[in-house]
Design a binder for this molecule. Structure first.
Ligand code: ZN
Length: 507
């Protein structure tokens, strides 16, 4: 029988061990960020080794048995603490992570970390040279290792489930297939109705927009939307991402094209949405695994909410468009708000996921999700992947990639993460973003009016109180239930699509 004092001592020992591990992850994040922003190409070999070393130390610390023993000793403490308390939540989450890690050998983790660095670099070259063959052998090893990872979870119902569990805990290949099929059935007729109309003229977005001026405007948007530049910064990269070194250093990256105004703009708002989430965690969660976002779907719900439901909305541009016109007078001075608003919401069958409108975007995700399952199930080989990719683009979106770079090489995920569980979060996030936004507007009907005046705090504060603050205390299903009172569903997103695009395209 352990005294209360001993229990508290064990809990604080657990916290301090976890905090050391979080520091190692923070250091890894700095190295990753540097690799993807400023590192010279030849730094890659040493960088891969450094990342693998940090990863191994963190992993060994986590799995050497000390934490597992502390968790055992804290079973009663967890049971006696309220479910939503920091204490019970930390023990619960750590136990879940520990069970997971105990199944994967350290040797495998180290090998996988090295392969990821190697594959990322091979992808970058292959993409630049527009040649899938340059990365094919490395990606074949990536598929082998992704399958090997699943083999550590023999109880999984589907070979993709261990990967899905890693990013969207509580979801499975079967449950996602079901919700995707339902969504797809409702989206396809909308896409057909829209694309049978003459395309919207979006030439105003494809004039010459100098990079430096685009970055300056993005910086201005970040400031006005409330991204704290003393707790974050924005840099350029090949594939935009958000990264956290600590609760007070949450960074974002972007890419800018001089002939396309919206890439930089919307990737900035997207990554800022991710950053809001991490910056909004309760300070008490800092240095524990409870800091962060619930799952890839819930994280994505925040980036997509800010990017699409706000950033592509009329009220948002009623406020920002005069500023944008003043920033680019020769390009946009004579372009009306209506023309600009229609242009940024143009729906078409396109090749690139990150350029896609918010409706067809989900079809891009579903293609990747299905291909991942086919690869893992052994129905598709890596060698045949580019052709399978092109076939699906033709049948689902009516377009054929003209090259590997705008086909199978466009996304970094499979080349830097693993094959499996990498894409479903985007569409799960879209579904949740509509659900969360409906709940926010139900609580504060004035939100759209406030946005029209450049005030984002009502929405931000509501998201902070309901989602950001809690970090990873709850699962995705619990979060949706707590915030909206219901379960994950397709109706809010479909209703939103009909409302917005019904009027844009007179459907
Ligand atoms: Zn994102």
């Amino acid at each position: 029988m352990q005294t209360l004092e001993q229990t508290h001592q064990k809990f604080s020992q657990l916290k301090s061990l976890l905090s050391e591990i979080e520091d190692l992850y923070g250091a890894e994040a700095v190295l990753h960020w540097d690799q993807k922003t400023y590192m010279p190409a030849k730094g890659i070999e040493a960088r891969g080794r450094q990342l693998a070393t940090l990863n191994r130390i963190a992993y060994e610390k986590f799995t050497d048995g000390t934490i597992a023993q502390l968790l055992d000793d804290l079973t009663t403490y967890e049971r006696d603490s309220p479910y939503d308390s920091d204490e019970a939540s930390l023990i619960r989450l750590t136990r879940r992570n520990c069970d997971l890690a105990s199944k994967v050998p350290t040797e495998f983790e180290v090998r996988f970390s090295l392969l990821r660095t190697e594959c990322y670099q091979a992808w970058a070259t292959a993409r630049q040279e527009n040649n899938f063959a340059l990365v094919q052998p490395t990606l074949e090893r990536m598929l082998d290792m992704s399958r090997e990872y699943s083999s550590f979870f023999p109880e999984a119902q589907h070979i993709a489930d261990p990967h899905i569990t890693g990013s969207d805990y509580g979801m499975s290949a079967v449950s996602i297939r079901e919700v995707f099929a339902e969504l797809r059935a409702q989206l396809v007729p909308v896409v057909e109705a829209i694309t049978s109309q003459p395309p919207v003229d979006n030439s105003c977005l494809h004039q010459h927009y100098p990079e430096a001026e685009q970055l300056a405007f993005c910086h201005n948007i970040l400031k006005q939307m409330g991204y704290d530049l003393e707790r974050g910064r924005q840099d350029k990269t090949l594939h935009p991402f958000m990264t956290k070194f600590s609760i007070d250093d949450v960074r974002i990256t972007t890419r800018v094209y001089e002939n396309d105004l919206i890439q930089g703009l919307f990737s900035t708002i997207h990554e800022m949405g991710h950053a809001f989430y991490e910056l909004g965690n309760a300070p008490e969660l800092e240095g524990t695994p409870l800091a962060g976002g619930v799952s890839s779907g819930v994280h994505e719900s925040q980036s997509r909410l800010w990017e699409n439901l706000i950033g592509r909305s009329r009220p948002f541009w009623q406020y920002f468009y005069p500023q944008l016109q003043a920033h680019f007078p020769s390009q946009l001075g004579a372009v009306s708000l209506e023309t600009f608003y229609s242009a940024i919401n143009r729906v078409d069958r396109s090749l690139i996921r990150t350029d896609a409108d918010e409706i067809t975007y989900n079809l891009h995700v579903m293609i990747r999700f299905d291909l991942e399952l086919d690869l893992l199930e052994g129905k598709l080989t890596v060698k045949d992947l580019p052709a399978a990719w092109n076939d699906r683009y033709l049948s689902d979106l009516g377009v054929i990639p003209t090259s590997d770079s705008n086909g199978v090489l466009q996304d970094v995920h499979w080349y830097t993460g693993q094959i499996g569980g990498m894409f479903q979060g985007y569409t799960l996030g879209n579904l949740m973003s509509a659900q969360f936004f409906d709940a926010a507007v139900a609580a504060h009907p004035e939100i759209p009016d406030r946005i029209e005046t450049g005030n984002f705090t009502v929405l931000h504060d509501w998201l902070q109180a309901n989602i950001y603050l809690h970090g990873r205390k709850f699962t995705a299903a619990e979060t949706i239930e707590r915030v909206t009172g219901s379960t994950l569903g397709t109706k809010p997103l479909i209703d939103y699509v009909h409302r917005k695009y019904g009027s844009l395209y007179k459907l």
